[in-house]
Design a protein around this ligand. Sequence first.
Ligand code: NAD
Length: 289
Amino acid sequence: MKITFIGLGNMGGPMALNLQAVGHEVVGVDPVGGPDGIAMANSIEEGCVGSDIAITMLPNGAILRKVAADVIAALPKGAVFLDCSTVDVDSARDVAADANAAGLGALDAPVSGGIKGAADGTLTFMVGGDDGAFETAKPLFDIMGQKAVHCGASGAGQAAKICNNMILGVTMLGTCEAFALADKLGLDRQAMFDVVSTSSGYSWTMNNYCPAPGVGPVSPADNDYAPGFAAELMLKDLGLSQDAAASCDADTPMGELAKALYDRFVNDEGGMGRDFSAVLPWFSGRGRA
Ligand code: NAD
C-alpha cells in the first residue's frame, strides 16, 4: 500500500517506521520533519498523490479539522482517511462525514499503549467507522498494534477512548490518595501493594503502573516520575470527556473532580511534564491543603 502519514511526533514517528519496516511505501508530512528513514513530502497535497490511505496522528481536534480539509481534497476517491489522534467526538464525526461525502472511507481509531506501544507495535486501536474502511485498515492495525476493536459508527472509537481514560484518571487519583492515607496510617507500601493488587481494590494503575516507587513492576514512579503518560495529556483527555459529557448531558461527577485535580496539579503544582502518577508525592506532601 502507499500510505501518507501526517504527524510524525512521539507516536506517529514509530508507527510510520513500523509500517515501512514490513514493506509498505510510507510518505510523511510534518512541519518539523520525521524520523530518519521516512521520506517526507513538502505538503499534504504532494504526499497524498496516489495514496491508498492517509493516517493522521495530530495533537488535537482543531488541527485535525484543518489537516483533514487538505487530506480530503488530495486523496484519490476510494482511499481511506484514518485518524489515530485523540480528539473530541464531534471533530471525529464531522471529519468522517466530510470524507464520506467526498467518496472516501473514514475511521477514527485512537490508541492506547503510549510511546512504548507505538515503538513495539503493540497498540490497541478503538475504531469507529464503516465495515469496508475497517477491513481495509485492519492489516495496518495488525502491524502497528496487538488489537483493534471495531466499536461502531464514526466517533465510537473516540467515545471509547475518552471513557477509558476517564476511568484511568479517576483510578489513578483513587490509588494515589489511598497510598497517601496508608502512609499516614503507618502501613508499609509493599504490604499495601501486596494486599490491594490481589484484593478488590486492584486495578491496572495499581497492578501494572504502580504510582509508588520501589513496589510492583517497574513504572514511571521508579524513574522519578518522568513520563510515561504526561499529566498534561491526562488533563487533555479529561477535558475531552467532560466536554463530551456536557454535550450529551451525561452526569460524570468523578470525571469532573479528576479534571479539576489534574488541572491544579499541571498548572499550579509543578505537574507539567511529569508522569500522571506523580500526584502521589503531591498528595503525600499534603500539597492540596
Ligand atoms: P506529538 O506532539 O509528539 O506529535 C504531534 C505531531 O503532529 C508533531 O510532530 C507536530 O509537528 C505534528 N503536526 C502538528 N500540526 C501539524 C500539521 N498541520 N500537519 C502535519 N503535522 C502536524 O504528540 P504525540 O505524543 O505523538 O500524540 C499524538 C496524538 O496521540 C495526540 O492526539 C495524543 O493525545 C495521542 N496519544 C498520545 C499518547 C502518548 O503517550 N504520547 C498516547 C495515546 C494517544
